[in-house]
Design a protein around this ligand. Sequence first.
Ligand SMILES: [Zn+2]
Length: 277
Amino acid sequence: MRIYVSADMEGIAGITSRELQLVPEGREFAEARLLLTEEVNAAIRGAYDAGATYVLVNDSHGHMNNILPDRLDPRAELSQGYPKPLYMMEGISGEFDAVFFVGYHAAIGTADGILNHSYNSRGIYNVRVGGKLMSESMLNGRVAGHYGVPVALVTGDAATIRQTQADAPGVHGAVVKWSYNRGSARFISPERAREVIAKAAADAVRSASAGGAHGMLMAERIPVRWEIDWVYTVMADMACLVPGVKRVADRSIEFESPDYLVGFKQFQAVTMLSYLV
Ligand SMILES: [Zn+2]
């Protein structure tokens, strides 16, 4: 059983502040990296306890150099650095049996989701695929689905788990905090969070082994329509530099992709462009 872990930071117990904890210049960034690393370790431990044979961890937050390599469970391998073409899902392939999302957060616009955003927190106001409003777990889960790999586990705040399970029933969830709003949350202690995550990871691997994790499989490779509303109109201008992107309103664009993966790559391209303005 081969497990792919995509690890973000906003959904880690003990993390509530972007300025203090989530950017390298933040005063508490060093401590936040340790909190992240230990929750990832808990997921790895749970996976191996339940029979995993290989774990790849993809550091998926910001510039993707957050996990402390020499504190990581030595049984796992780690992907770090920037840029990665598939960003939060770089390295996924049909060789894996299940995907874990650790430290994830809710979609932009989720009132009770701590640090909610969807990829570019200063650029994307809404992203819809096939008319459906998407979160990062939903966007990334379909990349795994493209390769036939189910999402088995998501960890983070209650809103994130609710949103992910509404999209993909059967995904195991580990709730480590409850958000009052985008800026504040109540959480269990990091130590307790690691116990909850290790147990959920073990349960997730056991049910994936039994064929029980159907997650976000999107087996049909059919054309998909993508729509993005940007915060600023100039971001729509930039997105339209990419062939096939249409301006449909002052700050809204859309494009159609022949299958989900091609569209996800185009989504990464227009999002990269939005960072330039
Ligand atoms: Zn993040």
